[in-house]
Design a protein around this ligand. Structure first.
Ligand SMILES: CC(C)(COP(=O)(O)OP(=O)(O)OC[C@H]1O[C@@H](n2cnc3c(N)ncnc32)[C@H](O)[C@@H]1OP(=O)(O)O)[C@@H](O)C(=O)NCCC(=O)NCCS
Length: 167
């Protein structure tokens, strides 16, 4: 299918409720079968609760970008400085428009920011069982650096690959 033309804009405070509900919609289409429903609910509250997103918007080391196709919000990418490295922290595209180049355009946008700031690579973490995302990251130049199991509270862990894309 043809790639979609999108506009990438910064998330602003009035966008927070819509980003939070878009995250829930995409997570429910992605993570059942990879992590439990309890973990999905826990992580959505931890990462996409409105107060958490308002705090992220005030953090000078975080960038929240959203993608629009015409007037429709179709995805988002959050990036941040994490332990001295540039990290793509979240990348979520609505199922209706997946595999049409939106993820690739957001990765390009984030990688350009990292390069402009002088970072040698972009890193990310992805669940080891999220094969579609891993394929897509490899397509855009990421390779596995290492693995990690992170305790995220609530009795849950993230069992992830750490991937990096050299710039
Ligand atoms: C992973 C994701 C961000 C990729 O964004 P996208 O806009 O769909 O990806 P693009 O169109 O830019 O790139 C497509 C590539 O992704 C991979 N991919 C995407 N969807 C796929 C699917 N359903 N099956 C297999 N591979 C898939 C393929 O490598 C594909 O390349 P190809 O079409 O040439 O085979 C997006 O599919 C998504 O949001 N998935 C659900 C949420 C998620 O897992 N996010 C990542 C969390 S770490």
């Amino acid at each position: 299918m043809n790639n979609l033309n999108i506009q990438i804009r910064p998330v602003t405070p009035p966008d927070v409720p819509a980003i939070s509900s878009l995250a829930r919609e995409i997570w429910q289409a992605t993570y059942p079968g990879i992590i439990t429903q309890e973990q999905i609910d826990f992580m959505l509250e931890q990462r996409y609760g409105h107060e958490r997103l308002y705090d992220d918007l005030e953090d000078a080391d975080k960038w929240l970008d959203q993608a629009f196709q015409e007037q429709r919000r179709v995805g988002f990418a959050f990036s941040e400085i994490y332990k001295g490295e540039f990290k793509l922290d979240k990348l979520y595209i609505h199922p209706d428009v997946q595999r049409r180049g939106v993820g690739g355009q957001l990765i390009g946008h984030v990688a350009a920011r990292a390069a402009k700031l002088g970072y040698p690579c972009v890193i990310l973490q992805v669940n080891k069982r999220n094969a579609k995302a891993i394929n897509s990251y490899m397509k855009y130049g990421f390779a596995v650096r290492t693995t990690t199991v992170d305790d995220i509270g609530g009795g849950f862990v993230m069992d992830d690959f750490v991937m990096e894309k050299k710039l």
